[in-house]
Design a protein around this ligand. Structure first.
Ligand code: AGP
Length: 367
């Protein structure tokens, strides 16, 4: 079938707006409400094998790596299994120790990214077990892995990945719940997260419906030569992904930092010319986050704060973008959606080619 952007000015816009339906698709038939768990048949791992996993190592490039960082936190939070993400492009060059009790997870929209494919092959060569979170059915990575979760995002054409990233997050959430439920995650907590996942597609839709308001903020940000994106713990990969999207299509210098690290160096760069986009969910770190933002404001740094309703910013002078509340563990993806819109509207305002940014390819298939 012909796939075109229809009434949208770009594939990126179309693909961002498809996120509620794409998100509903990836969870469809994969949530077990009765037992509060995920139902991921494609993993090819039974409860005993899931229980035997001692560590999770996530591999991906670019945005797939950043969503891998979000996934690692989900797995540690819900399953209490040590997990981390690493750029697939680095992995094989450091002669990695491949451990049979580790579950390797390769994340790739295209399934063709050469660095991720070669990382998968390195794991397999050393006898490790790899699953894939892949969008394109039958792609090279999908064929190479021992099992996995198809993302069912539908075709993604724009270089800037949106719906595949959202669906990767949801796939990680289901995997984390399933891994958790063969360990210590209670049925009540499992059900709480399943309900959160079910609510999520509509919440994504609500954020997208606020696009026009965000456009004005994005246009202001587009005027800056350099920006910071900051967040902590669950919010940090969100900041990284926000900076990545902004760089890719607006060509502005956008740097992600842990909010907690600002005072250890980057605060020196804060000025009225350097805006900061801050991720401040209503979580256990909110007070510390707000205190750090006051340090930015005191130096004249313009602030855009992506947060939840009711968060007390203590009279901070800033623009506030509010996302709906869900379960805390699931916050990262809802906090990411406004950052897609900011990047898109900044690029639109600057007149850039949104779908084909300079120097970039949709999938990098040569080393
Ligand atoms: C995302 O906006 C980027 N274009 C890029 O970082 C991308 O996520 C990366 O190249 C990985 O691609 P893949 O998911 O197809 O493997």
């Amino acid at each position: 079938d012909a796939y075109d952007a229809g009434e949208h000015d770009s594939f990126m816009h179309k693909e961002m707006l498809e996120q509620p339906t794409a998100a509903a698709r990836v969870i469809s038939g994969r949530l077990d409400e009765r037992f509060g768990t995920g139902h991921l048949g494609g993993l090819n791992l039974d409860a005993r094998e899931l229980r035997a996993i001692r560590r999770v190592k996530i591999l991906g490039c670019g945005s797939a790596y950043y969503v891998g960082q979000m996934g690692a936190t989900l797995i540690e939070d819900l399953a209490r299994v040590p997990a981390d993400a690493e750029p697939a492009s680095e992995f094989r060059y450091r002669n990695p120790i491949v451990d049979p009790d580790t579950l390797y997870v390769a994340v790739s929209q295209s399934g063709e990214t050469i660095d991720t494919l070669l990382a998968v092959q390195e794991v397999r060569r050393k006898g490790g077990r790899v699953i894939g979170l892949v969008n394109v059915v039958g792609s090279a990575i999908a064929r190479e892995v021992d099992g996995g979760i198809y993302l069912h995002a539908g075709p993604e054409v724009a270089v800037a990945s949106t719906k595949a990233l959202t669906n990767s997050f949801l796939a990680f959430a289901m995997l984390a719940v399933q891994l958790g439920r063969v360990r210590d995650l209670s049925i009540a907590d499992g059900r709480r997260l399943i309900a959160g996942l079910q609510a999520l597609p509509d919440q994504v839709g609500k954020i997208l419906a606020g696009e026009d308001e965000l456009a004005t903020t994005a246009q202001r940000l587009a005027e800056a030569e350099s920006l910071f994106f900051v967040g902590r713990v669950r919010g940090f990969p969100v900041a990284r992904e926000g900076a990545q999207k902004f760089k890719e299509i607006s060509y502005r210098h956008a740097e992600a930092y842990q909010t907690s690290e600002l005072k250890h160096g980057p605060l020196a760069l804060i000025s009225p010319e350097v805006p900061t986009v801050a991720i401040v969910p209503d979580d256990e770190l909110v007070e510390r986050n707000v205190a750090a933002l006051h340090e930015i404001a005191a130096r004249g740094g313009p602030l855009v704060v992506v947060t939840h309703e009711g968060v007390d910013l203590g009279g901070l002078s800033c623009e506030r973008i509010v996302v709906p509340a869900n379960e805390r563990e699931l916050d990262p993806i809802l906090l990411t959606i406004p950052l897609q819109l900011l990047a898109y509207h900044a690029a639109l305002h600057l007149g850039h080619d949104i779908d084909k940014p300079r120097n970039l390819a949709k999938s990098v298939t040569v080393e």
